[in-house]
Design a protein around this ligand. Structure first.
Ligand code: DNO
Length: 396
């Protein structure tokens, strides 16, 4: 495994030195300063590589950029509307720029409107660490009382709606602001930050798209992108929906085993692959993540290791520390080793799979600092250390 760490670029409050001290050796990053949809020039990528190189020296561990996470896919591509052709051309150019700089893996997602979703960014655990949480009832409150969506009776049952109403009545302005911020503005890597009006406008744009429609737009996107990835030897690694359930009444198409079957059948190619995100897939009770791993193991080009605890209602969850949640990382890491061994024995060059600890609790001094939620340094370092313990004990 290539032990990697996500870095949000020169403006990140986590420095490259912090990352080096955490014992990671590879950097996962993106050109976050370039607006979604714009083309990445070869030179832009080169500059970022140089920035990382200039931070290395002969006395320290030399960090290397191994995975682009992400080149975000513009909503017009997901909707296949307006200037989507131009946007796809830009996307192809960006892949070429990445490849020309010898980076081999690109992560992306196809979630409608926003990237990952949580309802709380500072959930206090018994340890006093702060975690990210998705609470199903809070999410209904957001849809009903903040977005004021109308069609909720079709999607939620009476007792869920009654519970939402009950909690809604106890909420103060501060709680609403928090909920709004958590879903619409607080998380990094969101394509853009929306106001309620803009958000509803985006929702309207998705009005006519059902699951089949979104799937066929992804299929079209793949048919355009993968040939370029093949030619330039880039592994495209689609990230699962987080959480892997439909939100806002919109379809989601990268949530379970059936979805992956569709995606990999849509364009048969070694370059059409996946990011295996244990925490995203594991936050739905319906997913057996070990089955998903085994079924598509040869398609896995990037791994996120994060743990979750699904709560009593079976729909809410919070992020636990890496060894404590529902996912058995000893079992999973054994499976990863087995797959790496298989690749090595079949002489595949990419047997050493990039892996990063995905999120971490906000701990200790980090609680006084500002970070991208989920991406403070000490919690992720703890996660990586716990994983390294497992890795060490399983290495033969
Ligand atoms: C959340 C991340 C996601 C991920 C994108 C990939 O922490 O895992 O933001 O980077 O969905 O495109």
């Amino acid at each position: 495994m290539q032990l990697s760490f996500r870095w949000y670029g020169p403006k990140d409050s986590v420095s490259l030195s912090d990352i080096r001290q955490s014992n990671a050796e590879y950097i996962v990053t993106s050109l976050h300063q370039i607006p979604t949809g714009n083309k990445w020039k070869k030179d832009d990528v080169q500059k970022r590589i140089n920035y990382i190189k200039n931070n290395n020296n002969r006395y320290n561990v030399n960090l290397k950029w191994n995975v682009v996470e992400s080149i975000p896919v513009h909503n017009n591509i997901k909707l296949r509307k307006d200037n989507y052709k131009k946007l796809i051309d830009n996307y192809k150019d960006s892949i070429v720029s990445v490849a020309d700089n010898k980076i081999k893996t690109v992560c992306y997602n196809f979630m409608p409107i926003i990237d990952w979703t949580r309802t709380q960014l500072d959930y206090r655990l018994p340890t006093e660490g702060l975690a990210l949480r998705f609470n199903f009832i809070q999410f209904i409150i957001f849809e009903k009382y903040i977005l004021k969506l109308k069609n909720l009776d079709n999607r939620y049952n009476d007792s869920q709606l009654a519970l939402a109403k009950k909690y809604y009545k106890t909420m103060r302005k501060k709680d609403f602001d928090n909920l709004k911020f958590s879903i619409m503005g607080g998380l990094p890597a969101a394509e853009s930050k929306y106001t309620v009006r803009e958000f509803n406008k985006m929702l309207d744009e998705y009005n006519d798209i059902d699951k089949e429609g979104l799937r066929s737009n992804l299929k079209y996107f793949l048919s355009e992108i993968i040939p370029v990835a093949e030619e330039k030897k880039i592994k495209m690694a689609i990230h699962p929906d987080d959480p892997p359930i439909p939100l806002f009444g919109l379809p989601r198409i990268v949530s379970d085993l059936e979805d992956y079957k569709y995606i990999f059948k849509s364009y048969l190619s070694e370059n059409n692959g996946m990011t295996f995100c244990a925490g995203s897939l594991g936050s739905s009770i319906k997913n057996n993540i070990y089955d998903i791993f085994n079924r598509f193991k040869e398609k896995i080009y990037f791994i996120h290791l994060r743990n979750v605890k699904i709560e009593k209602d079976k729909k809410s969850f919070y992020e636990t520390n890496h060894l404590k949640g529902d996912i058995n990382f000893v079992k999973l890491i054994k499976m990863i080793f087995k797959e790496e061994k298989r690749r090595k024995e079949t002489n595949l060059k990419y047997y050493n799979i990039p892996m990063r600890p995905d999120h971490g609790h906000c701990l200790l001094d980090d609680q006084k600092k500002t970070f991208n939620p989920g991406y403070s340094v000490i919690g992720r370092m703890m996660g990586l250390s716990e994983l390294r313990g497992i890795i060490k004990s399983l290495e033969n």
